[in-house]
Design a binder for this molecule. Structure first.
Ligand SMILES: Cc1cc2nc3c(=O)[nH]c(=O)nc-3n(C[C@H](O)[C@H](O)[C@H](O)COP(=O)(O)OP(=O)(O)OC[C@H]3O[C@@H](n4cnc5c(N)ncnc54)[C@H](O)[C@@H]3O)c2cc1C
Length: 379
């Protein structure tokens, strides 16, 4: 069975039947993650010698579309876990890799990515979490991180911080921070629009220690390293969005093809056919965009391709969830269909890993470069 087929089975047999219960219980399903790991879903891009699948981004990205069909929050958590697992198994010091590779790829440990701060989201160069040298090559961290997904569940963070006062990027670094140490504390958990089982909150750092070997990207290299990981995550989110839209479409098709009205079924109405035709175009276009971006990740065109996919797919997912809910009429209002949850999740997908506007900023920066080249070409 391919890893994408394994993800389809995991989504259908583990996630979809349990997600309502997870929501009710408000507890992150670590046992489900361990099941996912047994199917190879926790170390997709990690090398085989580290316990991973060693897939290229193009080979593994379909996993996130499959997971997105069942639940975008759970898929997002696995996206972040895989991003951190990839970074640690590919780029961290041998000591850190040896400590974390097995636990992360087996799903026994969870990885989290922490960049955002209360005052610094899109403007990531404004972060102020400070890394003070401890005199032995390591650092003591102080500051407050916000929007930390899996807060309280994460075992190791890929955490972005800086050695100076900022703002800017020159002294930004990425460290592997073990979460179970003095000086790391979840200080607040948020009450969010959906996904009660995905804890998100603030993490307070007060003298938390990282050794010299726990520095993944040193001061100066940290911002580019973080952006590289975020580019991959943007394509994951695009794939999750396509999964959400495709699932919404199937729910609407099943309903419209069986809902009797005006002497036929709802799907006989051309207005309904046209609405669903537009959703299908979005699904097909979104799939092409995320697959194209996955091929280009790591190369010079990867960041812009990721931005195109992340710009388009979550918006398309929201349109799909709203349109498909309308096709169900009043039944789209019932929580017994996943469509109300899908609408909230599509809103989340628009924001995580860089908002839709920030993707436009990335694309427009490339357009400005092209414009400058066009003007430069003039005689
Ligand atoms: C469910 C969820 C989980 C998250 N998990 C994590 C996590 O695990 N780790 C982590 O580090 N972060 C996480 N985040 C944070 C997320 O990455 C940020 O919320 C996101 O980058 C936007 O930052 P902000 O919320 O501070 O918005 P702001 O940066 O304050 O932006 C506010 C608005 O202004 C717009 N805007 C900003 N800049 C521009 C511009 N230049 N041009 C035009 N419009 C602009 C934005 O699009 C947005 O609409 C999570 C967020 C959510 C919602």
């Amino acid at each position: 069975m391919s890893v994408v087929e394994a993800a389809r089975r995991h989504a259908r047999e583990v996630v979809a039947p349990s997600v309502e219960r997870w929501e009710r219980e408000g507890r992150f399903p670590r046992d489900a993650v361990e099941t996912a790991a047994a199917d190879g879903l926790c170390g997709l891009f990690a090398p085989p010698e580290a316990g991973g699948q060693g897939l290229t981004f193009a080979e593994g990205m379909g996993v996130f579309e499959e997971l997105g069909r069942a639940d975008a929050s759970y898929a997002f958590a696995l996206s972040m876990h895989n991003a951190v697992t990839t970074v640690i198994t590919r780029f961290a010091h041998d000591e850190v890799r040896e400590r974390w590779a097995g636990p992360l790829t087996s799903g026994r440990a969870l990885g989290g990515f922490s960049l955002t701060e209360p005052h610094a989201g899109s403007d990531a160069g404004a972060i102020t979490t400070r890394a003070e040298p401890d005199g032995s090559g390591g650092y003591l961290l102080s500051g407050r991180k916000a929007w930390v997904s899996l807060a309280g569940e994460v075992d190791v963070f890929a955490l972005v911080c800086r050695t100076g006062a900022g703002p800017g990027y020159e002294d930004v670094m990425v460290v592997a921070l073990a979460a179970d140490q003095p000086g790391v504390r979840v200080s607040r958990l948020y009450d969010t629009m959906a996904s009660a089982f995905l804890p998100i909150g603030d993490v307070e750092l007060d003298g938390a220690r990282v050794s010299a070997t726990e520095v993944i990207a040193p001061p100066g290299a940290g911002f580019q390293a973080a952006l590289g990981a975020i580019d991959v995550a943007r394509v994951d989110i695009a794939a999750i969005s396509v999964g959400l839209a495709a699932e919404a479409l199937e729910i609407a098709l099943r309903h419209a093809a069986s809902r009797r009205m005006f002497g036929g079924v709802e799907l006989d109405l051309q207005a309904i056919q046209f609405a669903l035709a537009d959703v299908e175009t979005d699904v097909v276009a979104g799939r092409l965009l995320y697959r194209h971006a996955a091929e280009l990740l790591g190369g010079p065109e990867g960041a812009v391709a990721a931005a195109h996919a992340k710009r388009f797919c979550p918006d398309a997912a929201l349109r799909a969830a709203v349109t498909c809910s309308e096709v169900l009429g009043a039944y789209g209002w019932l929580n017994e269909t996943p469509l109300p949850r899908f609408i909230a999740l599509a809103k989340m997908l628009q924001v995580v890993d860089g908002t839709t506007e920030i993707q436009r900023v990335v694309i427009a920066r490339e357009l400005r470069r092209r414009a400058a080249a066009l003007l430069g070409d003039r005689p």
